[in-house]
Design a protein around this ligand. Sequence first.
Ligand SMILES: [Fe+2]
Ligand SMILES: [Fe+2]
Length: 452
Amino acid sequence: MSASHSECVPAGTYSIRSDQKGSLKAYLGTCVGVVLLDRISHVGGLMHLLLPEPPSPDNPWQPESYASTGLPIFIEALAAAGAQIDRLEAFVAGGALTGRLSETDLFLDIGGRTTDVVMDVLRRYGIAVKRSETGGLFNMVIEVAFAVGDCSIEPMVAAPAASDSNAKKPSREEIIQAAARIRAVPQVALKIIRMISDDYHSMIDIAAEVRQDQVISARVLSLANSAMIGWNDTIDSVDEALMVLGEKAILRLVVSASMELFFPESERGYSQCKGRLFHHAIGVGLVAEQLARVTGKSDPGVAYTAGLLHDIGKVVLDHFVAENIPLFYRLTRSGTVGLERAETEILGIGHSEAGSMLTSLWHLPGNLIEAISYHHTPEKAPSEHKLASIVCLADFLVSRFWVNREMEHHGTFEITALLDLLELSPDQIPAIVDSIAWHALSGDLNIRHEDF
Ligand SMILES: [Fe+2]
Ligand SMILES: [Fe+2]
């Protein structure tokens, strides 16, 4: 199936079809997905909503992100495409409350309120709700297939192909060997990571290094021209990228590009889709950077790098996870056992520790190693709990608002304690979610839509 046939609708956007071909789908955590279909005119579409209403009603930045402002825009656009509003049928899904309820009231509240506003708007327009699967314990996928004129809503829990596993638990020695065997990260990336951490940048040296490495130069340009960066004109050279995007953005791009070269070897266990670990890494990096800016608790460049690298231990463990997929599936599918605990039970080591092992071999700065080691338990970090907390919250927000077909790993979570560590109040979260360009995260990073 080509990308144009099966389209994944990113958060904060909608898509409309009138050709009775292909399908639209959205992966939903806290977000709410709304499918509207006119079966006579064959006009229909899917909208992926992030929040109930804009944090500041006067000036919604992305009106399509909110149920109160976005849904009317979607309905009017369907009408303009030939749908008759009183013939529309609605299918609504999402607003999940994965995790322990007492700890996720905030997200329950966001998802629940988004659903309430959706229902209000539909009622106002006199649109009948044919099916609604909201709340619930699992992330959901909603998909509308235009060729058959139907909409499906399913929990996003993919059973593994194999029924059981005979794989043995790897020894500590085998895991250390796996870390040592992993392809070396390009030296330019390590140099830049250290420079960002020390706040010492020599752009002349960096640009010279990048120019010498053709593979990294090519990836830097490809990322610079991706939707994620959002620059309108084409950027043709590393020097031009430096000029138009600035020093900090270039540092970020070089590190990201180097890591992208590193990630693809690893995708058999944690994610069945090539590119997913890297895509998640970029998402957490960008959100961590934004959280550092909002809270002032860390340097944004350091936070981006820590976010980009937080799950690097998965690269070490991926092979062992792949051999034990049925066991992981059984342990994590209930949503009560987090991934780290499942890893420790099945493999004897979690990906945080494996990441700390790997980045110590690379001699990364101590603040980054600590943030990676404690990104699931920031309260235990000896000295870098703020950076680890930023990464942890970024990871959590990405898992709630930018859902992928990956193994869920925030089964239990002390969200309240985490907000306390960052001195954030729960009512600041919607504005933070609002400030992140989620739709851009779904831009072209060499990941085809049918991979989602
Ligand atoms: Fe993690
Ligand atoms: Fe993560």
